[in-house]
Design a protein around this ligand. Structure first.
Ligand code: TYM
Length: 330
């Protein structure tokens, strides 16, 4: 059996990087795998979140999942904080993770560089992420390239646990798509597209208006060669725009290159805008219908109930394997 678990943190507005590396992949793989999609709100609070914003953003991420095409009747959508097994399993995973390996996580190092005070939860974050995945015995985890190291750690922790206590966890494989798993900033193709960039023109949000998308893409850096060619070494800025085109149109990179042979960046950017807008506008329309409805809260409650059934079972198995006294009703 093939099973997916993945999620997007409600810590900032969703940008097209999260769409390319994660959400569009969720939509694609939901038909091939038994899937669970969650909103990792416990992960979001590893850095301070305004409580009202956290509340709103958590619902927004869920609404985007549905608006982008996840069928919640088939694949449960749920909030991490509503399935208590995540926090409990997170603790068990912390007992397996070594201080040194958590300190080597590049995301931790990057985030601590820009902050004065760092929560201990930011440090132990990858142990909770391992718990998220292992609770569902996920065989596959679709993520962007920046989560690769966390997936490797998850496999190490699962292996360590299995060796110590007997086979308990499935070792998950990451699914990192070749195109779209590293969408870079529009102002600097050496940096990942991220909402934390102070330059608002460096990212496109899922909620951006067509006019704003047009302006941002018009300002996106290019190079002086004037050729639409896919070559990350020599032409990172254009290659990034070609990848965005490929993610939103579903067309192979070679076809895009061919179509724009002999055409300038102006034409390419104009049509790229059309491709992105054509995909985002219907998502935005569905999003606005879903976000205000109480059905969303019901979907999340039902998702949490379905997720708990699997998560509680794995938690019991892991706790029992470690020697905890587990009652049957628990
Ligand atoms: P997060 O919330 O930072 O990002 C969500 C997903 O989007 C991908 N992503 C990108 N992909 C391509 N280009 C970009 N510029 C870009 N920016 C973000 C991320 O790689 C990710 O797949 N730790 C996770 C959340 C998490 C999780 C999990 C994921 C917690 N537990 C269990 C999978 C399974 C995170 O912070 O992703």
């Amino acid at each position: 059996m093939k099973r997916i678990l993945s999620g997007i943190k409600p810590s900032g507005d969703l940008n097209i990087g999260g769409y390319g590396g994660a959400l569009s992949q969720f939509v694609k793989y939901q038909h091939e795998y038994e899937s669970y999609f969650f909103i990792p709100d416990l992960h979001a609070v590893t850095v301070y979140q305004d409580p009202r914003e956290l509340h709103e953003r958590s619902r927004e991420i869920a609404a985007y999942y549905i608006a982008a095409g996840i069928d919640h009747d088939k694949s449960p959508i749920f909030l991490q904080s509503q399935v208590s097994a995540h926090a409990q399993m997170g603790w068990l995973m912390e007992t397996q993770a070594h201080y040194g390996e958590l300190g080597r996580m590049t995301q931790f190092k990057e985030k601590t560089d820009s902050q004065d005070s760092v929560s201990s939860a930011l440090f132990t974050y990858p142990a909770l992420m391992a718990a998220d995945i292992l609770l569902y015995q996920a065989t596959h985890v679709p993520v962007g390239d920046d989560q690769k190291q966390h997936l490797e750690l998850t496999r190490d922790l699962a292996q360590r646990f299995n060796n110590r206590y007997g086979h308990t966890f499935t070792l998950p494989e990451p699914i990192i798509t070749e195109i779209g798993s590293r969408i870079m900033s529009l102002d600097d193709p050496s940096r990942k597209m991220s909402k934390s960039n102070p330059n608002q023109n460096s990212y496109i949000l899922l909620q951006d208006s067509p006019e704003s998308i047009r302006k941002k893409l018009a300002r996106a850096v290019t190079d002086s060669e004037g050729l639409v060619r896919y070559d990350w070494e020599q032409k990172p800025a254009i290659s990034n725009l070609i990848e965005i085109y490929a993610v939103f149109s579903g067309e192979p990179v070679e076809e895009i290159e061919q179509r724009y042979t002999g055409q300038g960046y102006g034409v390419f950017k104009k049509e790229l805008t059309e491709v992105v807008v054509a995909k985002l506008v219907p998502i935005q329309q569905r999003f606005s219908e879903i976000i205000g409805s109480s059905e969303l809260d019901q979907i999340l409650r039902r998702g949490a109930e379905q997720a708990s059934m699997i998560a509680d079972k794995t938690l019991r198995q892991a706790a029992k394997a470690m020697g905890f006294i587990v009652s049957h009703e628990q």
